[in-house]
Write a new protein. Structure first.
Length: 466
């Protein structure tokens, strides 16, 4: 049984990653369009084209990590080595140079590719650690739940603080939104650095596994791994669901909810400012509730059934969001309640995916005699980034197609009806369709609870742990 300090320490790692990732997913599109000044089409191409490099760098990092040998283990040392570059690249990504358009576009490409490369360098080994911290499948789900609980906690902190930090630094540093955004990221990056150092200090690798085959054989076995293919599809859809909804929120609040100024909600005699950061951060708290429910529910229903039922709920509640009027207090409260419910179910799904990747890794080790944990978890990182990029790019391209009017000098403008209509669709029907596709994918997942337990027992003998 792993120590509580290790589970907390492991959680700190994704707390750091998620603080960056949620800001990238939810605020980078509107930063590029409304602050940095990129054309929506150019920004969408940027976010998608750079995924080609991720298709190479993610598995490359997995292979490198699988074959790393240090006194700290295979994966854990990268938390120490990459903590500083991770933080610095986040700051550069949200830095707006005072250059011409072409030079700024090049800067955006360089900093985005650099950030995603460093993200790969730290997050692939971090995720792979789940496969070598415990051999028990239920404890993997516990570790995964700690991971996601702290991840959503970090996301809550980052998302609730982001707009206030941007506003504070903008007003205190001369009124420049670009400068305010950059300094807000400096504050977030400092916290991320400390969290990764704590993760490195508190965790240990307890399982020693060595790949007995070549890199080519690792890839060959991966392509033959049917549960891996299924899970890639499900994970891609899960990240696409979250990114479409999340990246639309800032636009949705700017041009639909708060189009006539600040909006407040009555709450037990108080008046609460209803803004995108509050909406998103409440969602992160509810994600944490979902994470806490994952272990007991998945133990009773199994991981596959829990995943399917959760996505059915996500599809239904996403459609219901469409019928909430934005011009009434009741409608706004309806939106908040649905955000709470949707976030609880996405909180249930997220740790399941990472736990299932660990099961797929064990399946590969037993069936193909390859300890390719890093390679398999690199595919998880790749699915996360492809889902995020595809979601962000599709949102920006669609808005450009329907006539989105970009603000000048950071001043919001009135959008045409075609834009506001599609913002509604992107918040509701689009993620609902993605959830349904995810259900179809995971329906073919073959690693049942009994099968996973059988694999774990066989690996104990193979690893000499029986």
């Amino acid at each position: 049984m792993a120590k509580l300090s290790e589970k907390i320490g492991y959680g700190f790692g994704d707390m750091s990653s998620s603080m960056f990732w949620k800001i990238f997913s939810y605020y980078l599109p509107i930063f590029y369009s409304d602050v940095f000044g990129l054309n929506l089409v150019d920004a969408g191409v940027l976010m998608l084209v750079t995924r080609i490099w991720d298709g190479v760098s993610d598995p490359m990092m997995g292979i490198i990590a699988d074959r790393t040998k240090t006194r700290w283990g295979k994966y854990r040392p990268y938390l120490l080595w990459m903590a500083v570059p991770f933080s610095l690249c986040g700051i550069l990504l949200f830095t707006t140079p005072d250059w011409g358009y072409a030079a700024k576009l090049i800067w955006a490409y360089v900093t985005y590719i650099l950030m995603m490369t460093v993200y790969t360098g730290i997050n692939v080994p971090y995720g792979s650690m789940l496969g070598v911290m415990t051999a028990d499948t239920n404890e993997k789900t516990v570790f995964s739940s700690f991971r996601m609980f702290f991840a959503y906690g970090g996301s809550f902190i980052a998302l609730s603080a982001w707009e206030p930090l941007c506003n504070y630094f903008t007003s205190s540093l001369g009124g420049s939104k670009a400068t305010g955004t950059q300094f807000a990221m400096v504050a977030i990056a400092a916290a991320c650095f400390i969290l990764f150092i704590l993760c490195f200090s508190l965790t240990r690798e307890h399982i020693k596994s060595t790949s007995k085959v070549s890199v080519g054989s690792d890839f060959s076995s991966l392509l033959k791994n049917r549960p891996w293919w299924v899970l890639i599809g499900a994970a891609l859809c899960s990240n696409l669901f979250n990114t479409i909804r999340g990246s639309v929120v800032a636009y949705f609040f700017t041009y639909i909810i708060c189009v006539d100024g600040d909006v407040s909600l009555p709450f037990f005699g108080l008046s609460i400012l209803f803004y995108a950061g509050l909406f998103l951060s409440v969602g992160e708290v509810c994600n944490m509730i979902g994470v806490a429910l994952t272990v007991p529910i998945s133990k009773k229903l199994g991981k596959k059934s829990t995943f399917i039922y959760s996505n059915i709920a996500l599809a239904v509640f996403s459609v219901l969001f469409f019928f909430m009027p934005a011009d009434s207090v009741a409608g706004l409260w309806g939106m908040m309640i649905l955000q709470i419910v949707i976030s609880i179910f996405t909180g249930i799904v997220s740790p399941l995916i990472w736990s299932m990747y660990a099961d797929v890794s064990d399946y590969a080790e037993l069936k193909f005699n390859t300890a390719s944990t890093g390679l398999i978890f690199s595919s998880a990182s790749m699915a996360q980034k492809f889902g995020g990029a595809l979601g962000g790019a599709s949102v920006m391209w669609l808005l450009a197609i329907v006539g989105y009017v970009q603000p000048q000098n950071g001043v919001a403008v009135t959008q045409p009806e075609s834009v506001t209509t599609y913002l509604w669709y992107l918040m509701t029907f689009a993620p609902s369709c993605v959830a349904l596709i995810s259900i179809i994918c995971v329906n073919y997942y073959q690693l049942t609870t009994d099968e996973v337990e059988h694999i774990a027992n066989q690996l104990k003998k193979t690893r000499g742990q029986a």
